[in-house]
Design a protein around this ligand. Structure first.
Ligand code: SF4
Length: 412
């Protein structure tokens, strides 16, 4: 007999991380974090796409050096999901990340301690309508609070740290906030979140920090996150595992699914955000594809990508995808080109191949393409070269933004 339990959710305010709502009754979102060097924008984007394919709704990248902020300027126009910049110690990196167009910042009150620096960042974020996560971490609690609570990390100290940071933000009228009070101890983090939920209605980001490698890390994170979710606490979650971050995203997604908090029965359509390189109106094709898939129960990941220069590579973890070329669509299965279709047949082709893969599997689809894939690969290469020739290497003007980042007087 099927039994479904819904967990009443705590009421929270809603913020927008890019186009993804967090809190205020929005579906609980899954986050993960890249482990590449953010300055290596191609490797980072590849990982972001893999994370999105595994179920991440939002991805965090470290912004630990000026080159990382420059990497963000190149990554953000091409990322399929909103990007959060993780800031440690250097408030200047936060200002640079904002300049790069990041969708959210994460500040740790334990390591950016100067109130003036915190307020400067909050003012700049306010002007740009960009939210900030106050990321309190038991392992890096502000030293004053550590002393105040008897040289111990306690739930009360962690909550006080978050409230202090909120007070700085209040001074400059900034309230686009979400909060985390993570610890590596499961009982400690559970109690800290419970106490925090009593005193604020800002959305909460749940996690057990430094949970370790699977399976024990997964178990610890699940114990902490699931306990709170069952109490209605939590608006976005992250598994912090010592593992490929794709495992984090999958675990997060699966937890929400098994708790009946997220559903994936139908196609999971991912689409690139479109950028200066796009060869087609990605928004329209993605909307048309969504409408064409409708309620069909095809639990595959399908990608709609605006160009063949980066599309098949960025979305190579999707089961199936199509990337626009010169008035035609390049269909790919698991990142491999399989055929070329006219632009007005892109959506119908996607649906037909998705049904085929659902029924027969990706290997059968690659086999099906054995007669067309060589020509498809060649055509994709031609369109790729043409796009690069026409639009150059810097189709998104990232270099102009990077010059702005470098011009900032604090850039060091
Ligand atoms: S148009 Fe191409 S480069 Fe731009 S975001 Fe889409 S796939 Fe990436």
């Amino acid at each position: 007999m099927e039994f479904t339990q819904s967990f009443p959710r705590r009421e929270t305010r809603q913020i927008m991380v890019g186009n993804v709502p967090v809190g205020g009754g929005a579906p609980i979102t899954v986050q993960s974090m890249t482990v590449t060097k953010t300055a290596d924008h191609e490797a980072t984007l590849q990982q972001i796409y893999a994370l999105a394919a595994a179920g991440a709704d939002i991805v965090r990248c470290t912004c630990n050096e000026p080159e990382a902020a420059e990497g963000l300027a190149r990554i953000i126009p091409r990322s399929p999901v909103p990007i959060v910049a993780d800031i440690h110690h250097q408030y200047r990196r936060a200002l640079e990340a904002l300049e790069a167009g990041v969708h959210c910042l994460r500040l740790n009150p334990g390591n950016i301690k100067n109130p003036e620096h915190i307020k400067t960042v909050a003012r700049e974020a306010k002007d740009r309508n960009v939210p900030i996560r106050i990321g309190v971490n038991g392992g890096s609690l502000h030293p004053d609070l550590y002393r105040k609570y008897g040289d111990k990390v306690t739930p009360e100290a962690m909550v006080e740290s978050a409230l202090q940071e909120i007070a700085y933000f209040d001074e400059v009228g900034f309230d686009l906030i979400k909060i985390s009070v993570k610890a590596s101890s499961v009982p400690l983090m559970i109690e800290a979140y419970r106490q925090l939920a009593e005193v604020t209605d800002h959305p909460l980001h749940l996690g057990v920090t430094e949970a370790g490698p699977p399976p024990i890390g997964t178990l610890k994170a699940t114990a902490g996150i699931a306990t709170l979710l069952a109490e209605g606490i939590g608006d976005t979650i992250r598994y912090s595992l010592t593992a490929d971050p794709v495992e984090e995203a999958k675990a997060g997604r699966q937890l929400l699914e098994v708790m009946g908090l997220r559903e994936r029965k139908n196609v999971d359509l991912i689409a690139c955000p479109s950028c200066g390189r796009a060869e087609v109106d990605v928004f329209t094709i993605a909307q048309d594809a969504m409408a064409a898939f409708g309620e069909r129960e095809i639990p595959l990941q399908v990608a709609v990508m605006g160009c063949v220069v980066n599309g098949p590579g960025e979305a190579r973890d999707a089961d199936l995808g199509i990337a626009a070329g010169n008035k035609r669509g390049h269909l790919f299965v698991k990142g491999q080109n399989v055929m070329v279709v006219p632009e007005d047949e892109m959506v119908d082709t996607l649906v037909e191949w998705a049904e085929f893969i659902h029924e027969h599997g990706a290997d059968a689809a690659l086999e099906r393409a054995s007669a067309t894939k060589d020509a498809a690969k060649k055509a994709a290469e031609e369109d790729r070269e043409r796009n690069l020739g026409e639009k150059g290497d810097d189709a998104n003007d990232a270099e102009t933004i990077i010059k702005e980042i470098r011009r900032k007087p604090e850039h060091s």
